[in-house]
Design a protein around this ligand. Structure first.
Ligand code: NAD
Ligand code: MG
Length: 382
């Protein structure tokens, strides 16, 4: 029986993780849930899974939640970043699902690792910001970090049964997002609704916009560098519009292994939770005959410069990845709030990165300061 803390329970990954728990009550018990918003959903989740601890980011909302719960349902309700960290580090929990969005994931991720919990990691921003620190801490504490991101889960699955030293190349696949075939001249007219309408995956708002700009693939490139200890130069990004091949690994002998499945996060989430076992998720196999072809091509760096930003961040390292991530978070939120245009996201990120004086080998406070600086800089550009 795995005792779970799910951080970001009301989101797209959080709800899918709870669906796996619901299907396998003999294997998982939910001990703690956290969320920043959607209290009605959180209330239903609490009633269904009966966690003993709940954390809500905002203090007033935490009180509101307490009033919403029926008599007899009385979890301990915490609030704020400290509440999230407590839910991540609680002794009654052995596995933490990091499914909150954005830089806010870093603090609870470190709290969970410090407390020796195994990690199912969806929150890629944590590794982008502070991958060296997080992975070093995980090694020190002997903590397993299992990827939930489908591409990284695919790579991890392809590596099983092989030796790390034989891995030569990673092939990171991308759907290409909703604007894969959109001419650049149409970019200024792209609306929030157009950008949220992902062709293959149903996801939270932030990652949907990141998929539309290909910044999601840039973040995933850096995530892969940290998870697998490989240079970004040995990671090739491929546009694969069908999203059936979730990523591939190339080995010393020229062999390439691919992991495939229908585009549904339940596969990767369940594997991170049940590894090395595989659980019944109810998912069907891809209908290969109906698909007829799987295609691959190189990304268009003219229209989508995000991958070049991420490669630059990989080259310069230090505080630059955190700056890229923070500027992107600010830009995406501004686009979602209809304050900037789609193409302004690229400008905001590149201008903020160019203005940054990179600090090598930063400690945690250096990264947090770079994140704060980049938010202020990107905000001033809006
Ligand atoms: P989402 O927006 O659907 O859900 C985010 C969850 O985090 C919600 O429960 C929300 O209440 C909470 N939250 C939001 N802001 C917060 C904050 N500042 N502090 C604490 N909690 C906060 O997001 P999602 O699509 O589920 O994505 C979550 C993470 O997983 C992201 O890092 C994303 O990149 C990654 N991811 C998502 C998918 C996907 O299919 N959705 C796939 C791969 C990776
Ligand atoms: Mg992904």
């Amino acid at each position: 029986m795995k005792l779970l803390s799910i951080l970001g329970a009301t989101g797209s990954i959080g709800t899918s993780a709870l669906e796996i728990v619901r299907m396998h009550p003999d294997r998982f018990q939910v001990k703690a849930l956290t969320a920043a918003n959607n209290l009605p959903l959180l209330r239903r989740q609490i009633q269904q899974f009966m966690p003993e601890m709940v954390a809500v980011l905002d203090e007033a909302k935490a009180r509101e939640l307490g009033d919403m719960l029926p008599p007899g349902v009385r979890p301990e309700i915490l609030s704020g970043a400290s509440g999230y960290a407590a839910a991540a580090a609680w002794d009654k929990v052995d596995t933490v699902v990091l499914a909150m969005v954005g830089a806010a994931g870093l603090n609870p991720a470190l709290a969970a690792i410090e407390a020796g919990k195994d990690i199912a990691l969806a929150n890629k921003e944590t590794l982008v910001m502070a991958g060296d620190i997080v992975m070093a801490k995980a090694r020190e504490k002997n903590v397993t970090v299992l990827p939930v991101d489908s591409e990284h889960s695919a790579m991890f699955q392809c590596m099983l049964g092989n030796q790390a030293r034989d891995v030569k190349q990673l092939f990171l696949t991308a759907s290409g997002g909703p604007f894969r075939n959109t001419p650049q001249s149409d970019f200024p007219g792209i609306t929030r609704e157009d950008a949220l309408n992902h062709p293959n995956w149903s996801m939270g708002n932030k990652i949907s916009i990141d998929s539309a700009t290909l910044m999601n693939k840039g973040l995933e490139l850096i995530e892969a560098v940290h998870l697998f200890g490989i240079s970004h130069q040995n990671i090739q990004v491929l546009i694969h519009p069908q999203s059936i091949v979730h990523s591939m690994v190339g080995f010393a002998d020229g062999s390439v292994m691919a992991q495939m499945g229908v585009p549904d996060m339940k596969q990767a989430i369940s594997f991170a939770l049940s590894f090395p076992d595989r659980l019944d998720t109810g998912l069907s196999f891809p209908d290969f005959a109906a698909l007829a072809s799987l295609t691959f091509c190189a990304p268009d760096s003219e229209r989508f410069p995000s991958l070049a930003f991420a490669r630059e961040a990989c080259e310069k390292k230090g505080t630059l990845p955190a700056v890229m991530n923070a500027a992107n978070e600010v830009a995406v939120q501004a686009f979602l709030d209809r304050r900037i245009r789609f193409s302004d996201i690229f400008t905001l990120v590149s201008t903020t990165m160019a203005a940054h004086t990179c600090i090598d080998n930063p400690d945690l406070s250096g990264i947090i300061e770079a994140d704060r600086w980049a938010r202020e800089k990107a905000g001033s550009l809006i």
